[in-house]
Design a protein around this ligand. Structure first.
Ligand code: GCB
Length: 584
């Protein structure tokens, strides 16, 4: 098994293994696995070895394989990757091979020997390879398989593109013998003047003096770690709080005799009080946008800081103060840049629609993925919400038990953020929405995905919509709404194109904005979706062509008419409907 990756991997002492990797594409899952991972070569004439990394095609890492070779466009299956490297490790140092994410299953071999496996396409993991290196050239072989599984996370059906391969950074990370593996530093719940957290050392020298330095706040805090390498921290200090208007981050150094790690950390308080969401104690309306981890210009998985800048700049331009990064944890660049830009983040597990909650081992899989997500991002003050699922079916066996347990685990791992799930279980009859899901009591926010005007018709005037809520004093958040339009398909188009027109989508947005004024406890909204994205289930040959066209932007970044309705709403121009002007 892989280990959960160390905190703040990207700023450690790293050697990148990114770049060109040799690959063997293995659609029938050849059966000669051992020969491949041992990279066996033929020794005599009659020795037939019918594969070879030498002379094989190359793929870029990070990068999904589907977008790099036409033959792999719709490929879901096995690909073997190989990279060689030289490394000389000094005594008393340790070496890890770190993967930012690989979709979906990974098996790793170093110099012909298996070193571990991982399941899950969107979270980081690492293997220690201290003592496993050879002098001279070392060979790292990675078997990746993005075949969908009914008992996977996500399961076998989803409305996005199943980009496979080594989609994020691969790094060698060198540490000292006893290194600071993990730490948690943030404001204590319900306080704006006390920093609490802990530090965890891993190695043979566990009990040490530990220091936390925040020079700008004149903080030098000292503590002693116990025999398990664990130290708690508690520091009283005044500081400038992080918020969208002022996304202040402080340089923080954590050090002990054997290691030093530096991070940028902000401090903010997020909570709910009755029907309101409070940021730093003040009510905040979440002006959100849904974003997939896809960069439409390349039709591929997004992974770099520049990809993140493109996507998040659009969110900013729309007037957002929050992004819902759906439907799986996005790469760390995305989360870190959002925080720097003052965008609050909703982060989500790939527990999407048809999950097999009763399949053996599902409990552990859910728990592990949750831990991997929180472990990576618990020091990101920009992250305000953990979403543990999207549109699971209330009547699926064991669904309620599994998600209640997951929500409890989530709260145990992190009690300082809000917990929710996006639901589509509501009833809509007689122009009345009824939010009844039995999971709502376990969450801090009642989130609802609704597609009035698209998948269901309005049953009355949007401004006359009525609401019945299972809980009366919790924030309500519209986590999805919208409809499709092909950019440029406007008023003059033939009649059968009507429902794919920009005007049709624009009208949905106008109606939704009117309807928002009727929602009790509304604490934010989040259109589906920022930009058109690839989804093979969207098969209309003229209007979709394998793209979900619900974007406010086309796949080339052109603004559709609905964009302006939303921007106007967020920037306060829609009279009576603007968040600040809504009656309580
Ligand atoms: C949803 C899902 C989202 C879909 C969207 C749609 O409810 O949560 O993943 O892609 O609807 O376009 O239908």
């Amino acid at each position: 098994m892989g280990q959960t990756a160390m905190m703040n991997a990207l700023t450690r002492h790293t050697t990148s293994l990114n770049g060109k990797w040799q690959v063997i594409i293995d659609p029938l899952e050849s059966g000669n696995w051992k020969q491949i991972w041992e990279d066996r070569k033929s020794e005599k004439k009659t020795d037939f070895v019918e594969y070879s990394f030498d002379g094989s095609p190359m793929l870029n890492v990070p990068g999904d394989f589907n977008s790099q070779m036409t033959e792999l466009t719709y490929y879901e299956g096995m690909v073997w990757y190989k990279k060689t490297f030289n490394y000389s490790l000094q005594p008393n140092k340790r070496l890890f091979v770190y993967f930012g994410a690989v979709n979906y299953t990974t098996d790793v071999y170093l110099n012909g020997v298996p070193i571990g496996s991982h399941e899950g396409g969107f979270t980081p993991f690492q293997f220690e390879i201290t003592g496993k290196l050879k002098p001279g050239e070392n060979s790292l072989i990675v078997r990746v398989n993005n075949r969908r599984h009914a008992d996977g996370l996500p399961g076998s059906g989803y409305d996005w593109f199943n980009y496979g391969g080594i989609t994020r950074d691969v790094l060698l990370i060198e540490t000292t013998d006893s290194y600071i593996k993990d730490y948690s530093i943030g404001l204590q719940k319900n306080s704006t003047a006390t920093i609490t957290g802990w530090i965890q050392i891993d190695g043979s020298h566990l009990s040490q003096m530990i220091e936390v330095l925040i020079p700008e706040l004149n903080i030098l805090y000292k503590s002693q770690s116990n025999e398990k390498g664990f130290a708690e921290i508690k520091i009283n200090s005044k500081m400038k709080l992080w918020s969208p208007d002022s996304p202040k981050l402080y340089k923080v150094t954590v050090q002990c005799k054997t290691d030093t790690v530096t991070d940028e950390i902000g401090f903010r308080q997020i909570s709910v009080r009755g029907p309101q969401i409070l940021l730093n104690g003040k009510p905040v309306f979440l002006k959100g946008i849904n974003i997939h981890e896809e960069i439409p210009q390349r039709s591929s998985r997004a992974w770099s800081e520049s990809d993140a800048l493109v996507l998040l700049s659009w969110a900013r331009e729309l007037g957002c103060n929050m992004v819902r990064l759906i439907h799986y944890p996005h790469n760390e660049n995305m989360v870190r840049l959002a925080e720097k830009m003052g965008l609050m983040v909703w982060e989500e597990l790939p527990v999407y629609q048809g999950i097999e909650f009763t399949s053996p081992g599902m409990d552990q899989k859910l728990g592990l993925m949750l831990r991997e997500m929180i472990t990576r991002d618990r020091n990101r003050c920009g992250v305000i919400i953990w979403s543990i699922s999207n549109e699971t079916n209330p009547s699926a066996p064991n669904r309620n038990e599994a998600l209640i347990k997951l929500s409890q685990q989530c709260r145990q791992l992190d009690s300082t953020r809000l917990i929710t799930s996006a639901m589509s279980s509501q009833r809509y009859e007689n122009n009345t929405f009824e939010l009844w899901d039995p999971l709502y009591p376990w969450f801090d926010i009642m989130a609802i995905n609704e597609y009035a005007g698209w998948y269901i018709s309005w049953q009355g005037k949007p401004k006359d919509t009525k609401w019945k809520l299972i809980i009366h004093d919790k924030p309500v958040f519209v986590s999805e709404f919208g409809g499709e339009a092909l950019y440029g398909n406007t008023a003059g188009a033939p009649d059968e194109a009507f429902s794919w027109r920009e005007e049709y989508q624009e009208q949905i947005y106008k109606d939704q904005v009117e309807m928002f004024g009727t929602i009790p406890n509304l604490s934010g909204v989040c259109p589906w979706i920022l930009v058109d994205y690839r989804s093979p289930v969207r098969m209309h040959p003229v209007y979709q062509q394998g793209w979900n066209r619900k974007g406010l932007l086309s796949d080339r970044g052109d603004k559709k008419k609905a964009w302006f309705v939303m921007k106007n709403y967020y920037e306060g121009g829609t009279r009576d409907m603007e968040p600040g002007a809504r009656k309580k």
